[in-house]
Write a protein that binds this ligand. Sequence first.
Ligand code: PLP
Ligand code: COI
Length: 360
Amino acid sequence: MVMEISTTLSTQPATDKQLAEVLANPGFGNHFTDHMLTIEWTPDQGWHNGRIEAYAPISLDPSAAVLHYAQEIFEGMKAYRHADGSVWAFRPEANAARMARSSERLALPVLEIEDFVQSVFDLVKADERWVPEASETDEKSLYLRPFMFASESFLGVRPAQHVTYMVIASPAGAYFKGGVKPVRIWLTEDYTRAGRGGMGAAKTGGNYASSLVAQAEASAQGCDQVVFLDAQEGKYVEELGGMNLYFVHADGRIVTPETGTILEGITRASIIELAGKLGYTVEERRFGIDEWKSGVESGEITEVFACGTAAVVTPVGELVHAGGSIASAGEGEVWKTLRKQLVDIQFGRAEDTFGWMRKI
Ligand code: PLP
Ligand code: COI
């Protein structure tokens, strides 16, 4: 069943001039559209009171459980404007399915896939003029952030009995300042992201809160992102703070870490399919930090790159650690080919042979 969502349009939407200024240079995560979508949940009523209304601060009781116990999950996806003006989403059902898995892990109610997709589409329709025009050299899009949190006022530790789901949207340009250029990665030895049985595979705020101090360490070392190793042995590469990793080998293999504790990206799944179609053999397996170091040094690894919705596909230029740094071959061609194939599908410039795109 598809849910009822009412709409009350903003009485003070951005003027055309304000909008044009924002869309000319949106950056990432700075500006928000005219509207937001909210749906509430209680055990008695299930999902109810679905509404789109003017974007505005929300009010929460100081005892709301999310503020104390971080019972929260979110998603990240984008809407793309094609050359004919139409607006499309990339694999929204995959984000819906991942949010359902995150719900299970965080003891939150599951929003059905069709309701998730409808909620996102409805907000994009209400704020369609916020979807930027894009070109081959300027890949702007509308970043969509569905999220769900424990809004019950109660300090006992148990799954909340009042939950709020929202979608907000933010026009987006390049995630890294300076656009697509090789990023420097800091290898943290002090912090881990996720342990066995923990929340590593869920997209939940706590994972990002715990990454901040490591990310600050990375910035202090002049790096753009931090790479985490597995918590148990400190030997295996997991992922970056907000992206999955790939290692391209001279013999045509591409290895991407699989440990059970990483966030499995929608971009990651798509790159695996694209790479397979291009004739690469993709291995999803544990990948040692020593394998990274020795592979780059011996020339067996020819490229390292990272991918995620916000950052798309980004080459990794250098791995920096307490003992020094290893230059990595981030300048190769494989990441560029995969990136182009992916964004050409997303922006409607290449045929979508995988059936990934959904018209909004
Ligand atoms: N890993 C982490 C920790 C992330 O935050 C993200 C971004 O969402 C990803 C990986 C990549 O996931 P996706 O490709 O679905 O954006
Ligand atoms: C995304 O790529 O959608 C994310 O959520 C990553 C976040 C660090 C911005």
